[in-house]
Write a protein that binds this ligand. Structure first.
Ligand code: FAD
Length: 378
């Protein structure tokens, strides 16, 4: 395989890196302290074309590929995973199903304004009774005259406390089969939809909510694509997004290594920089080797998405390796920093807390292993 980044990819990386360092980095500390996402960033991302990187120009996007999408994620996550998580929940999880399966009217009302950052999206799949087992979903949408009545709860939904609409999964038939699950685009605020913001240890500057749906009426034109049984759209979206969030993990791991290198050069113990101690140098070497391996796996996964050949087991391997790498590397970064690693003045504690979110979100590491094992035929 002859893989290299194109000059366009390099240009995108440069643009996003400049934006993230100049415009996002100064906001991180305060946003994390008050656990609130600075909403105006969505408009700015819209102006920069960063919300539609991966969508065709004909649909209002920038027309780039999955590799470019991963570059954007990696660069945003290097500066702040919480901001990158909100980007991902909007730009991929919220908008992708509408782009893929929405009616022209749904695209005009939700997808296009979403690309400009005028309307913020969330994706509501997980429920209090289980996030790993999608098919046991309890939220129900009952057909009534002119629309549906939705009852149920959704848990850990990124962006929901600030979202203008949710792409929400509900059961449209009683039996526990996957084709009984459908997607709805639910505008907010909506009588009957109550969103409570959750307190979190990780990605604090990304807003996450618990949603109660109490007899929520949505008209027929809110059923995604105008037809029931859109579970395959969810599966396709999650498959592709596993490669995407792996790029987020790569960005976090790179940030942890960069902070550790800088600390290991500056911190003097016994009259020498701690990087000269072999124990520290070996940790840094392991971190760099892990990151190199994750890097090639992530961009191989992105290339497979672009070729249309990605499969569940491959996406699971990419996500498993990259997320576990981010956790390992950020933990090593804390150890290298000693006591400073526990202080908020340094970024490595935050990166580690944020990395832990990604061995859970988008399918836990155990679920990724199940998918990989299934691919092995067991
Ligand atoms: C910060 C954050 C943001 C999130 N954002 C969103 C969002 O925007 N939209 C959304 O829909 N969801 C979101 N989620 C939910 C996330 O996808 C779920 O938390 C995740 O899928 C795990 O589900 P659970 O928390 O219910 O854990 P559970 O399913 O209860 O799992 C608990 C434990 O059991 C293990 N386990 C479960 N089933 C199996 C099995 N079959 N084999 C082996 N082990 C198993 C799990 O690996 C885990 O260790 C978010 C989560 C977090 C933490």
């Amino acid at each position: 395989m002859d893989f290299r980044f194109s000059p366009e990819h390099d240009q995108i990386r440069e643009t996003v890196r400049r934006h993230a360092e100049a415009e996002l980095a100064p906001l991180v500390r305060a946003a994390e302290e008050i656990e609130s996402f600075p909403r105006h960033i969505f408009r700015r991302w819209g102006e920069l074309g960063l919300l539609g990187v991966r969508y065709p120009e004909a649909d209002g996007g920038a027309g780039f590929d999955k590799i470019a999408d991963c570059i954007v994620r990696e660069e945003l996550s290097r500066v702040c995973q919480a901001f990158a998580s909100s980007w991902s929940a909007h730009s991929h999880l919220g908008l992708w199903p509408i782009w893929r399966a929405g009616t022209p009217d749904q695209k005009a009302r939700f997808f296009r304004p979403g690309l400009k950052g005028e309307r913020v999206a969330g994706f509501a799949l997980s429920e209090p009774d289980g996030g790993s087992d999608i098919r046991s979903m309890r939220t129900k949408a009952e057909k009534v005259d002119g629309g549906y009545r939705i009852n149920g709860s959704k848990l850990y939904i990124t962006n929901s406390p600030m979202a203008d609409f949710l792409v929400l999964a509900a059961r449209t038939r009683a039996e526990l089969t996957s084709d009984a699950i459908s997607l709805f685009v639910v505008g907010l605020p909506n009588p009957g939809v109550i969103v409570s913001k959750l307190d979190k240890e990780g990605i604090r500057a990304s807003e996450t909510g618990l949603i109660h749906l109490d007899d929520v009426f949505v008209p027929d034109d809110c059923l995604l694509g105008g037809s029931e049984g859109t579970y395959p759209v969810i599966l396709d979206s999650l498959l592709e997004n596993r490669v995407g969030v792996a790029a987020n993990c790569l960005g976090m791991a790179r940030a942890a290594l960069a902070a550790s290198l800088s600390y290991a050069r500056d911190r003097q113990v016994r009259g020498q920089p701690i990087g000269r101690f072999q124990a520290i140098a070996h940790k840094l070497a392991d971190m760099a080797a892990d990151i190199e391996a994750a890097n090639w796996l992530v961009y191989y996964g992105a290339w497979r998405v672009d070729q249309g050949t990605i499969d569940a087991a491959t996406a699971a391997k990419v996500k498993l390796i990259a997320s576990e790498t981010a956790v390992r590397v950020s933990e090593a970064a804390i150890r290298i920093h000693g006591g400073a690693g526990i202080m908020r003045e340094y970024p490595v504690g935050r990166i580690h807390r944020d990395a832990l979110v990604y061995v859970i979100g988008e399918g836990t590491s155990e679920i990724q292993r199940n998918l990989i094992a299934r691919g092995l035929g067991i």
